[in-house]
Design a protein around this ligand. Structure first.
Ligand code: ATP
Ligand code: MG
Length: 474
């Protein structure tokens, strides 16, 4: 398979024999011998129960009281150690999913690729995962500790349900800093992979052989970039080296999983940094290929940086952010250019061309990152309203547009366009003034326009293709 050949050649380029691996630059997951875990006692770390969600604490105690092991793990531990507020709290346990379900009334089992228990507390979901072993360590069925199933195809993890011990669970996680376990038994942190040292050195290190780990799950490359951006960590050289050439493997990942990853990259407060790093490692093109093709145009690049910067500011201020707006900005240039081509080659009018281009670009984009239908509809509405903002500032339609449910998003999008293209500035200013105008001024603004162009009202809302000004912000 071509895919196999890519992997083999990458291995030849990057793989170093185990003997040449410095203990501080790589962690050999496949051949690790049983390790003595480092246990960091309560007085030597900063995690306090009061910073952990009370629901997560409840789950930990319930597991303990039922005789199971239960640990807080992943982002919850990592972020608390770094003095940040965790996004969510994940728990690892030796209880199997069905056991967890029996313990909690408010529990649902989800996932096929990775079977998990979700314990619901109102809006908060505590994710409880059974300890898993690395697939190479899959045990014979007689070993009671390791049941469940795992499927690997072409080196890719298709199903990841090989249950194992705490130690095995640590070694199959992605980064050392994500493999730290906090226990309520004595409030210590258990560390098998030297994650604590990497937290101190602000270093993102993949556990195991990076090529194999990216091959098993290429999304780990996006996670590397995301954590480097979010935490402001360096990526350790061996973890970093293969990313640039392995990015193509992302084409095998389902577009809906990539959508989820895209939201985490761009809408959680570090979007601008994520974008910068995705480009640095040649990954952006595997998410937004058509947008990437236009980044040489500085206006396009600046518009994307601006939208991400604004998004980061909104997140920091606790304001809501919508994927539709972000995707509208990302894909605007391909849509605008396609729409112009359709007007010239197929003789469609501006509105028809924009509809058709939105549809076509959306379809092509969905092969990389699938935008859910509801988001795609809002995104298209933002685009289509651009035409109305350009055309309808004269006459009473302007006032009607102010009450359109998507007016705000469309107006913000126009401001974004104006920021990178001076030609839209007067239009943007006109809409800004209109919104704050006193009733008299408002009448005057629209009436004056009406007098000047009395026939405008009778014209169809959308002008013929030949009336359109040439694109200025494609
Ligand atoms: P955050 O929730 O802040 O995005 P996180 O590290 O908690 O970061 P999750 O996606 O919630 O990320 O995953 C929880 C934990 O599960 C991770 O910390 C990691 O230990 C493990 N994990 C998640 N995805 C993978 C993966 N693709 N490969 C290996 N381990 C993973
Ligand atoms: Mg998490």
């Amino acid at each position: 398979m071509p895919y196999r050949r890519v992997i083999d050649s990458l291995k030849r380029i990057f793989h170093r024999p185990a003997s040449s691996i410095h203990p501080h630059t790589a962690l050999d997951v496949g051949e690790h011998s049983p390790h003595q875990a480092n246990t960091i006692p309560r007085d030597q770390h900063c995690i306090s129960r009061k910073n952990i969600s009370s629901n997560a604490v409840k789950v930990l105690y319930r597991l303990k009281d039922a005789g199971y092991q239960g640990f807080l793990v992943g982002g919850g531990v990592r972020d608390l150690l770094l003095g940040q507020k965790p996004k969510d709290f994940d728990i690892a346990t030796n209880a199997h999913p069905e056991d967890v379900k029996n313990l909690f009334r408010n529990c649902r089992l989800i996932g096929r690729r990775f079977r998990l228990a979700h314990v619901h507390f109102g809006h908060e979901i505590i994710e409880v995962a059974t300890f898993r072993a690395h697939h190479s360590k899959q045990a014979a069925p007689k070993d009671n500790n390791k049941i469940g199933d795992g499927v690997i195809e072409n080196g890719r993890i298709i199903r990841d349900n090989v249950y194992g011990s705490l130690e095995e669970d640590a070694w199959r996680r992605d980064f050392t800093i994500n493999a730290l376990y906090y226990t309520i038994a004595d409030f210590s942190v258990v560390d098998y992979t030297d994650g604590m040292r990497d937290i101190q050195n602000r270093l993102l290190r993949l556990i195991g052989d990076p090529i194999q780990r990216y091959q098993e799950d290429p999304v780990r490359m996006l996670r590397a970039v995301r954590f480097a951006a979010k935490l402001d960590f360096n990526i350790e050289p061996q973890t970093e080296a293969p990313i640039r050439s392995m990015g193509t493997l992302l084409s095998d990942i389902s577009p809906s999983r990539l959508y989820e990853e895209t939201l985490k990259l761009f809408l959680t407060g570090h979007g601008e940094k994520s974008f910068e790093k995705l480009r640095q490692y040649g990954l952006f093109q595997h998410l937004f290929g058509e947008t990437h093709a236009h980044l040489k145009d500085d206006k396009v690049l600046q518009r994307i940086i601006l939208v991400l910067r604004n998004t980061d500011e909104r997140v920091a201020d606790g304001k809501s952010v919508t994927p539709a707006f972000l995707f509208a900005a990302m894909l605007w240039t391909p849509v605008k250019l396609d729409s112009e081509t359709l007007q010239h080659t197929d003789g469609l009018n501006a509105q028809e061309a924009l509809f058709e281009a939105s549809h076509q670009v959306g379809k092509r984009q969905a092969k990389q990152v699938a935008i859910p239908r509801r988001m795609a509809l809002s995104m298209r509405e933002i685009w289509h309203l651009q035409l109305r903002l350009e055309r309808n500032q004269r006459g009473k339609r302007a006032q009607q547009l102010l009450h359109h449910p998507r007016f705000r998003a469309a107006y913000d999008f126009l401001l974004l366009r104006a920021e990178t293209n001076p030609e839209h500035q007067s239009l943007a200013q006109w809409w800004t003034t209109l919104q704050t105008a006193e009733p008299d001024t408002l009448q005057e603004m629209t009436a004056v326009q009406k007098k000047r162009r009395p026939k405008k009202k009778k014209k169809p809302e959308t002008p013929a293709a030949q009336d359109l000004p040439p694109s200025t912000d494609a």
